[in-house]
Design a protein around this ligand. Structure first.
Ligand code: ADP
Ligand code: MG
Length: 229
Protein backbone atom coordinates (compact mmCIF):
# COMPACT_ATOMS: atom_id res chain seq x y z
CA UNK A 1 0.00 0.00 0.00
CA UNK A 2 1.42 3.36 -0.97
CA UNK A 3 0.02 6.28 0.94
CA UNK A 4 0.45 10.03 0.78
CA UNK A 5 1.02 11.81 4.06
CA UNK A 6 1.08 15.59 3.54
CA UNK A 7 2.43 15.08 0.02
CA UNK A 8 5.24 12.70 1.07
CA UNK A 9 4.84 9.17 -0.33
CA UNK A 10 5.18 6.61 2.46
CA UNK A 11 5.72 2.88 2.05
CA UNK A 12 3.54 0.90 4.39
CA UNK A 13 5.27 -2.29 5.52
CA UNK A 14 3.50 -5.56 6.07
CA UNK A 15 5.12 -8.35 8.05
CA UNK A 16 4.00 -11.96 8.36
CA UNK A 17 5.80 -14.79 10.07
CA UNK A 18 6.16 -18.30 8.63
CA UNK A 19 4.70 -21.29 10.46
CA UNK A 20 6.67 -22.18 13.61
CA UNK A 21 7.93 -25.80 14.11
CA UNK A 22 5.12 -26.58 16.58
CA UNK A 23 2.49 -25.57 14.00
CA UNK A 24 4.22 -27.61 11.28
CA UNK A 25 4.36 -30.70 13.52
CA UNK A 26 0.64 -30.27 14.28
CA UNK A 27 -0.09 -30.28 10.56
CA UNK A 28 -1.12 -26.61 10.32
CA UNK A 29 -1.34 -25.13 6.83
CA UNK A 30 -0.42 -21.62 5.70
CA UNK A 31 -3.58 -19.54 5.46
CA UNK A 32 -1.92 -16.57 3.73
CA UNK A 33 -0.75 -16.04 0.21
CA UNK A 34 1.40 -13.10 -0.84
CA UNK A 35 0.99 -10.67 -3.71
CA UNK A 36 4.51 -10.38 -5.23
CA UNK A 37 6.01 -6.92 -5.06
CA UNK A 38 3.10 -5.48 -3.08
CA UNK A 39 2.62 -5.18 0.67
CA UNK A 40 -0.54 -7.20 0.30
CA UNK A 41 -1.70 -10.59 1.54
CA UNK A 42 -4.69 -12.72 0.74
CA UNK A 43 -6.07 -14.33 3.90
CA UNK A 44 -8.18 -17.45 4.55
CA UNK A 45 -11.87 -17.64 5.33
CA UNK A 46 -11.92 -15.91 8.70
CA UNK A 47 -10.14 -12.63 9.20
CA UNK A 48 -9.84 -9.84 11.72
CA UNK A 49 -8.56 -6.38 10.89
CA UNK A 50 -7.55 -4.24 13.86
CA UNK A 51 -6.96 -0.49 13.78
CA UNK A 52 -4.49 0.36 16.52
CA UNK A 53 -2.99 3.69 17.55
CA UNK A 54 -3.29 6.75 19.75
CA UNK A 55 -6.48 8.72 20.02
CA UNK A 56 -6.59 11.14 17.09
CA UNK A 57 -4.33 9.04 14.85
CA UNK A 58 -7.20 8.24 12.46
CA UNK A 59 -8.40 4.75 13.47
CA UNK A 60 -12.12 5.47 13.33
CA UNK A 61 -11.82 7.45 10.11
CA UNK A 62 -9.68 4.79 8.40
CA UNK A 63 -11.96 1.93 9.39
CA UNK A 64 -15.09 3.74 8.22
CA UNK A 65 -16.42 4.49 11.69
CA UNK A 66 -17.28 7.99 10.50
CA UNK A 67 -18.74 6.75 7.19
CA UNK A 68 -21.67 8.55 5.61
CA UNK A 69 -23.32 7.74 2.28
CA UNK A 70 -21.88 10.92 0.66
CA UNK A 71 -18.40 9.44 1.11
CA UNK A 72 -19.28 6.35 -0.92
CA UNK A 73 -17.20 7.16 -4.01
CA UNK A 74 -14.52 9.24 -2.34
CA UNK A 75 -10.95 7.89 -2.31
CA UNK A 76 -10.95 8.47 1.47
CA UNK A 77 -13.70 5.92 2.11
CA UNK A 78 -12.76 3.58 4.95
CA UNK A 79 -11.89 -0.11 5.21
CA UNK A 80 -15.35 -1.38 6.20
CA UNK A 81 -17.27 0.16 3.26
CA UNK A 82 -14.50 -1.06 0.92
CA UNK A 83 -14.75 -4.59 2.30
CA UNK A 84 -18.52 -4.48 1.84
CA UNK A 85 -18.28 -3.31 -1.79
CA UNK A 86 -15.69 -5.94 -2.64
CA UNK A 87 -17.56 -8.72 -0.89
CA UNK A 88 -20.77 -8.11 -2.84
CA UNK A 89 -18.82 -7.76 -6.09
CA UNK A 90 -17.34 -11.24 -5.50
CA UNK A 91 -20.73 -12.64 -4.48
CA UNK A 92 -22.26 -11.38 -7.74
CA UNK A 93 -19.62 -13.31 -9.68
CA UNK A 94 -20.41 -16.62 -7.93
CA UNK A 95 -23.79 -17.32 -9.46
CA UNK A 96 -23.65 -21.05 -8.68
CA UNK A 97 -23.60 -20.27 -4.95
CA UNK A 98 -26.18 -18.97 -2.55
CA UNK A 99 -25.11 -16.60 0.21
CA UNK A 100 -26.56 -15.58 3.54
CA UNK A 101 -24.93 -12.54 5.11
CA UNK A 102 -25.48 -11.14 8.57
CA UNK A 103 -23.92 -8.17 10.26
CA UNK A 104 -23.54 -7.09 13.85
CA UNK A 105 -21.90 -4.02 15.29
CA UNK A 106 -20.96 -3.62 18.92
CA UNK A 107 -19.03 -1.35 21.18
CA UNK A 108 -17.19 -2.43 24.32
CA UNK A 109 -16.90 0.33 26.87
CA UNK A 110 -16.02 -0.12 30.52
CA UNK A 111 -16.43 -3.88 30.15
CA UNK A 112 -19.99 -3.41 28.96
CA UNK A 113 -21.22 -4.40 25.51
CA UNK A 114 -23.41 -1.91 23.69
CA UNK A 115 -25.35 -3.25 20.71
CA UNK A 116 -24.91 -0.52 18.10
CA UNK A 117 -27.70 -1.95 15.93
CA UNK A 118 -30.20 -1.91 18.82
CA UNK A 119 -28.86 0.72 21.14
CA UNK A 120 -31.07 0.43 24.20
CA UNK A 121 -29.09 0.78 27.43
CA UNK A 122 -31.53 -1.60 29.13
CA UNK A 123 -30.47 -4.25 26.67
CA UNK A 124 -26.81 -4.19 27.72
CA UNK A 125 -27.16 -6.59 30.70
CA UNK A 126 -28.90 -9.13 28.44
CA UNK A 127 -25.85 -9.43 26.23
CA UNK A 128 -23.23 -11.92 27.33
CA UNK A 129 -20.11 -13.56 25.98
CA UNK A 130 -20.13 -17.37 25.91
CA UNK A 131 -17.80 -19.94 24.55
CA UNK A 132 -19.45 -22.50 22.35
CA UNK A 133 -17.42 -25.68 21.75
CA UNK A 134 -18.41 -25.75 18.07
CA UNK A 135 -18.78 -22.11 17.12
CA UNK A 136 -16.16 -20.57 19.42
CA UNK A 137 -16.77 -17.24 21.14
CA UNK A 138 -20.38 -16.16 20.82
CA UNK A 139 -22.07 -12.97 21.88
CA UNK A 140 -25.50 -14.00 23.00
CA UNK A 141 -28.30 -11.46 22.62
CA UNK A 142 -26.53 -9.31 20.05
CA UNK A 143 -28.59 -8.08 17.07
CA UNK A 144 -27.64 -9.76 13.81
CA UNK A 145 -29.15 -8.14 10.73
CA UNK A 146 -29.54 -10.13 7.56
CA UNK A 147 -28.30 -8.09 4.63
CA UNK A 148 -29.01 -8.77 0.96
CA UNK A 149 -27.08 -6.06 -0.86
CA UNK A 150 -24.16 -3.71 -0.22
CA UNK A 151 -26.53 -0.81 0.47
CA UNK A 152 -28.24 -2.65 3.37
CA UNK A 153 -24.84 -3.42 4.81
CA UNK A 154 -23.41 0.10 4.68
CA UNK A 155 -26.71 1.32 6.16
CA UNK A 156 -26.04 -0.88 9.19
CA UNK A 157 -22.59 0.68 9.42
CA UNK A 158 -24.06 4.18 9.26
CA UNK A 159 -26.73 3.36 11.81
CA UNK A 160 -24.16 1.97 14.23
CA UNK A 161 -21.81 4.89 13.66
CA UNK A 162 -24.57 7.37 14.47
CA UNK A 163 -25.39 5.45 17.60
CA UNK A 164 -21.74 5.42 18.62
CA UNK A 165 -21.44 9.17 18.10
CA UNK A 166 -24.53 9.86 20.20
CA UNK A 167 -23.19 7.71 23.04
CA UNK A 168 -19.80 9.35 22.77
CA UNK A 169 -21.19 12.90 23.03
CA UNK A 170 -23.35 11.94 25.97
CA UNK A 171 -20.48 10.29 27.78
CA UNK A 172 -17.53 12.62 27.44
CA UNK A 173 -15.60 11.29 24.49
CA UNK A 174 -16.37 7.66 25.19
CA UNK A 175 -15.27 6.57 21.73
CA UNK A 176 -11.55 7.07 22.44
CA UNK A 177 -11.78 4.53 25.27
CA UNK A 178 -14.05 2.01 23.61
CA UNK A 179 -13.53 -0.74 21.09
CA UNK A 180 -15.97 -1.10 18.18
CA UNK A 181 -16.35 -4.36 16.26
CA UNK A 182 -18.20 -4.64 12.97
CA UNK A 183 -18.73 -8.31 12.09
CA UNK A 184 -19.85 -9.78 8.78
CA UNK A 185 -20.89 -13.46 8.95
CA UNK A 186 -21.04 -15.20 5.61
CA UNK A 187 -22.63 -18.53 4.81
CA UNK A 188 -22.10 -19.98 1.37
CA UNK A 189 -23.95 -22.93 -0.13
CA UNK A 190 -23.63 -24.54 -3.54
CA UNK A 191 -26.96 -24.23 -5.32
CA UNK A 192 -26.54 -27.79 -6.58
CA UNK A 193 -25.74 -29.14 -3.09
CA UNK A 194 -27.60 -27.39 -0.28
CA UNK A 195 -25.69 -29.36 2.35
CA UNK A 196 -22.39 -27.87 1.30
CA UNK A 197 -22.59 -25.08 3.84
CA UNK A 198 -19.43 -23.06 4.38
CA UNK A 199 -19.21 -20.34 7.00
CA UNK A 200 -16.77 -17.53 7.61
CA UNK A 201 -16.54 -14.38 9.67
CA UNK A 202 -14.86 -11.04 9.16
CA UNK A 203 -14.25 -8.86 12.19
CA UNK A 204 -13.35 -5.24 11.55
CA UNK A 205 -12.19 -3.62 14.74
CA UNK A 206 -11.65 0.00 15.76
CA UNK A 207 -9.67 -0.35 18.99
CA UNK A 208 -9.65 2.09 21.91
CA UNK A 209 -6.81 4.63 21.93
CA UNK A 210 -3.49 2.97 22.69
CA UNK A 211 -2.29 5.74 25.07
CA UNK A 212 -2.09 4.76 28.70
CA UNK A 213 -5.19 5.97 30.47
CA UNK A 214 -3.30 6.40 33.76
CA UNK A 215 -1.50 9.39 32.34
CA UNK A 216 -4.66 11.24 31.46
CA UNK A 217 -6.46 13.62 33.79
CA UNK A 218 -9.17 11.32 34.93
CA UNK A 219 -12.47 11.91 36.62
CA UNK A 220 -15.48 9.74 37.35
CA UNK A 221 -15.84 6.87 34.94
CA UNK A 222 -12.60 7.74 33.30
CA UNK A 223 -10.70 7.48 36.60
CA UNK A 224 -12.31 4.14 37.36
CA UNK A 225 -11.22 2.82 34.00
CA UNK A 226 -7.73 4.28 34.30
CA UNK A 227 -7.19 2.54 37.63
CA UNK A 228 -8.12 -0.84 36.28
CA UNK A 229 -5.49 -0.63 33.53
P1 ADP B 1 -8.98 8.01 16.29
O1 ADP B 1 -10.18 7.18 16.02
O2 ADP B 1 -7.70 7.29 16.07
O3 ADP B 1 -9.04 8.68 17.63
P2 ADP B 1 -10.07 9.72 14.21
O4 ADP B 1 -10.33 8.70 13.17
O5 ADP B 1 -11.25 10.20 15.00
O6 ADP B 1 -8.93 9.22 15.22
O7 ADP B 1 -9.32 10.93 13.50
C1 ADP B 1 -9.01 12.13 14.15
C2 ADP B 1 -9.40 13.31 13.26
O8 ADP B 1 -8.64 13.29 12.06
C3 ADP B 1 -10.85 13.28 12.86
O9 ADP B 1 -11.35 14.60 12.87
C4 ADP B 1 -10.82 12.75 11.45
O10 ADP B 1 -11.91 13.23 10.68
C5 ADP B 1 -9.48 13.24 10.92
N1 ADP B 1 -8.89 12.27 9.99
C6 ADP B 1 -8.38 11.06 10.29
N2 ADP B 1 -7.87 10.45 9.20
C7 ADP B 1 -8.06 11.30 8.17
C8 ADP B 1 -7.75 11.28 6.76
N3 ADP B 1 -7.14 10.22 6.22
N4 ADP B 1 -8.10 12.32 6.02
C9 ADP B 1 -8.70 13.39 6.58
N5 ADP B 1 -9.03 13.50 7.87
C10 ADP B 1 -8.72 12.48 8.67
MG1 MG C 1 -11.80 6.78 17.27
Amino acid sequence: MKEEVKGIPVRVALRCRPLVPKEISEGCQMCLSFVPGEPQVVVGYNATVLAYGQTGSGKTYSMGGAYTAEQENEPTVGVIPRVIQLLFKEIDKKSDFEFTLKVSYLEIYNEEILDLLCPSREKAPQISIREDPKEGIKIVGLTEKTVLVALDTVSCLEQGNNCRTVASTAMNSQSSRSHAIFTISIEQRKKSDKNSSFRSKLHLVDLAGSERQKKTKAEGDRLKEGESN
